[in-house]
Design a protein around this ligand. Structure first.
Ligand SMILES: *Cc1c(COP(=O)(O)O)cnc(C)c1O
Length: 239
């Protein structure tokens, strides 16, 4: 087993343990392996461990992997530039992070009808940070109403990416707020498939599962650190 495969096994075990503690069905928690910046070998290794869902957030970095592994299910995570919507609409099955009506309309218009609907989640910014993309809760309610009628989008739920914090109770409160907002939106509109919560990453996924996450987006805990900075033990030049 490679490191990647043993890390995936360890996370799956954490999912099962956390679900047992909170009386959840472990099958209701999906592991999204965020392979951004990683190469095809890393993805291959994860696929051999049975991993099906992969997340990317730089289009150019994603395309070779998406083309190489058409049997995997590809998710675009994070902010979307509107000039990238055509590729995103047609190369991905899920988008975690629609934050404007304009992007949603473009994704719907540009999605090839033969591909079926694109699964989308609205990105909500619950930490109130200006630099993060995502809408506030009131805007999320309005945006859901605008996305609901779009033909080639199935609005599946909400996603959040909270400010980093070392206080688990702070993250838990944010995750709970996302769940309550999902329940609120669900009660307002006719959205039969609106039942997904994408929340929790390497440092806080246990809290997220406890609060109802159906997608945890894990990069570092599966693939290791993204930007290896040389340490004194790893000289950058030889000899
Ligand atoms: C990179 C990224 C992740 C994975 O983060 P880790 O902390 O490495 O697990 C999850 N979600 C989004 C939107 C990301 O950009």
């Amino acid at each position: 087993m490679t490191n990647i495969q043993s890390r995936i096994a360890a996370i799956r075990e954490e999912i099962v343990n956390t679900c047992r503690l909170t009386n959840r069905d472990p099958d209701s928690v999906n592991l999204l392996a965020v392979s951004k910046t990683m190469g095809v070998d890393a993805v291959q290794s994860a696929i051999q461990a049975g991993q099906e869902h992969f997340g990317e957030n730089y289009l150019q970095d994603a395309i070779p992997k998406v083309s190489r592994f058409p049997g995997a299910i590809w998710h675009f995570v994070g902010a979307i530039q509107s000039n990238k919507t055509r590729d995103i609409a047609n190369r991905f099955s899920w988008v975690h992070g629609v934050a404007t009506e304009k992007v949603a309309r473009r994704l719907s218009e540009q999605r090839e009808p033969t591909l079926g609907q694109l699964n989308c989640l609205i990105q909500v910014n619950l930490s109130g940070e200006d630099q993060k993309s995502g809408v506030n809760p009131d805007e999320a309610v309005r945006l859901a109403g605008r996305i609901a009628p779009l033909d080639r989008i199935s609005l599946r739920g909400l996603m959040t990416l909270p400010a980093p914090s070392n206080d688990p109770s702070e993250q838990a409160a944010t995750f709970r707020a996302l769940r309550e907002l999902k329940d609120d939106i669900e009660s307002r509109y006719e959205l039969p498939e609106f039942n997904q919560l994408s929340m929790g990453m390497t440092n806080d996924y246990i809290e997220a599962i406890k609060e109802g996450a159906t997608w945890i987006r894990i990069g570092t805990a599966i693939f290791g650190p993204r930007n290896l900075t040389p340490t004194p033990d790893e000289p950058t030049t030889k000899g």
